[in-house]
Design a protein around this ligand. Structure first.
Ligand code: HEM
Length: 421
């Protein structure tokens, strides 16, 4: 029997935890809201699980994104960022690894090229890509929505936006596939894929410098701030982080989002009815709710204490890593009514799925566009979509930062038969 009737601390980072981490997060929020743990890699870190603490930590300037502040990094001279292969490919100087003033300068430059207006212009292209991918399986009556839909859509979308020519996009699909399969692990294949991507991007940037177009890479090259331009290395690291940050996240928004809708038939029916009536407002609040309920980024990326500080009543030493658990904060009952219930019409929904503060997701407008287009088109074209597996048999990826399914088998009436009927 446990003293004070406190249930025992849950095991973290097991397969069961990966399948449903929410009960463990509820325990942490209640009993150990700023919790010291040993990660599967052996690194010790603090997990922050309450909404108020999470929001504070994400905006706290004493927590640096630069891995030089990690005490273990100082001791061992190693990088620790969570992004596979970036160090070996010289892609470290990107937004998620730097602090002001460098972050402010680079973010201002990229914001000039990656504007909400540019994203909005891209809407017809995202719709076309979505329809083309659904065409690939709509008549089969079954599909793995991760491999046939959620995975290719964002990689083609971001390649198009960056200005990667169509004939090279399948190479990116292969490299990205390698990163998502083995992401986080120190496998040779990942490092090789990142190096190939890096080599390709360097060449593309060089080409676009001589022959600029209307694409994002040309925009990055052109963008200047008080006469300052991005160096070629900064532009390559920027293109890489846009690819990396915009890829697996969106795969998981489509995957986790579709899965949540299939598990909550009343909500899915409500959305389908609203779409059939031409009302897109539920789609907009719905995608935000799916991000809150089971978002793609389970833990925000690494932060390191630049000096000793107190967070949620807990003393954190200089050099300690701090990981903000977005998935736990977004189910905090102190902030959200009925946090474990999916409510697509939820209005008071300031979730942290896109982060908060100066590192708030730069690609949120593109992610929203892709998420809304993908989910609405799937439900419109395959109205009786259903899960073709026992939820218990579905496997979740084991990575630390991202949360997503390995496969999502579905079945449905082939599209050709309802066109005929
Ligand atoms: C549903 C999809 C997405 C989700 C849930 C998501 C989530 C996030 C989160 C939580 C952060 C902050 C991480 C932190 O503070 O540790 C972030 C940052 C970022 N995201 Fe996204 N993201 C998504 C899609 C995208 C897309 C499509 C792009 C671009 C093409 C993108 C580009 C970025 C960039 C560049 C940053 C770093 C910003 C900075 O450090 O200033 N993201 N994202």
């Amino acid at each position: 029997m446990h003293q004070n009737d406190t249930p025992p601390a849950p095991d973290l980072f097991t397969w069961e935890f990966a399948a449903d981490p929410y009960p463990a997060y509820a325990w942490l929020r209640e009993h150990s809201p700023v919790h010291r743990t040993t990660l599967p890699s052996g690194v010790e870190a603090w997990l922050v699980t309450r909404y108020a603490d999470a929001r504070q930590a994400l905006a706290d300037q004493r927590l640096s994104k630069n891995p030089v502040h990690h005490s273990e990094q100082a001791a061992h001279g190693k990088g620790k960022t969570g992004i596979p292969g970036e160090r070996s490919a010289n892609l470290m100087t990107h937004l998620l690894n730097i602090d002001p003033p460098d972050h402010t300068r680079l973010r201002r430059l990229v914001s000039k090229a990656f504007t909400p207006g540019r994203v909005a212009e891209f809407a017809p292209r995202v719709q076309e890509l979505t329809d083309r991918l659904i065409d690939g399986f709509a008549d089969k009556g079954e599909a793995d929505l991760i491999h046939e839909f959620a995975f290719p859509l964002p990689i083609y979308a971001i390649c198009d936006m960056l200005g990667v020519p169509p004939e090279d996009q399948d190479d990116f699909r292969d490299w990205a596939g390698m990163m998502i399969r083995h992401g986080g692990g120190p496998r040779g294949g990942v490092a090789r894929s990142v190096k190939k991507m890096r080599g390709y991007l360097a060449e593309l940037i060089h080409r676009k410098r001589n022959e600029p177009g209307e694409d994002l890479i040309s925009g990055l090259i052109r963008a200047s701030d008080h006469g300052e331009h991005l160096t070629e290395n900064e532009a390559a690291a920027m293109a890489f982080i846009l690819l990396f940050a915009g890829f697996e996240t969106t795969v998981n928004l489509i995957g986790n989002g579709t899965y949540a809708l299939l598990r909550n038939p009343d909500q899915r029916e409500r959305l389908q009815n609203a779409l059939a009536e031409g009302d897109e407002s539920l789609l907009a609040t719905g995608v935000e709710e799916l991000l809150r309920y089971d978002g793609p980024v389970e833990l925000a990326t690494w932060r390191f204490a630049t000096r000793a500080l107190t967070l949620g009543g807990q003393r954190i030493a200089e050099g300690d890593p701090v990981l903000v658990v977005l998935a736990a904060a977004d189910r905090d009952p102190e902030r959200f009514a009925d946090p474990d219930t999916l409510d697509l019409a939820r209005r008071d929904n300031q979730h942290l799925g896109y982060g908060h503060g100066i590192h708030y997701c730069l690609g949120a407008p593109l992610a929203r566009l892709e998420g809304r287009t993908a989910l609405a088109t799937l439900l419109r074209r395959l109205p009786d979509l259903r899960l073709a597996a026992d939820p218990e048999d579905l496997r979740w990826r084991g990575g630390l930062i991202m949360r997503g399914l390995r496969t999502l088998p579905v079945e449905f009436t082939p599209e050709a038969s309802h066109a005929a009927g």
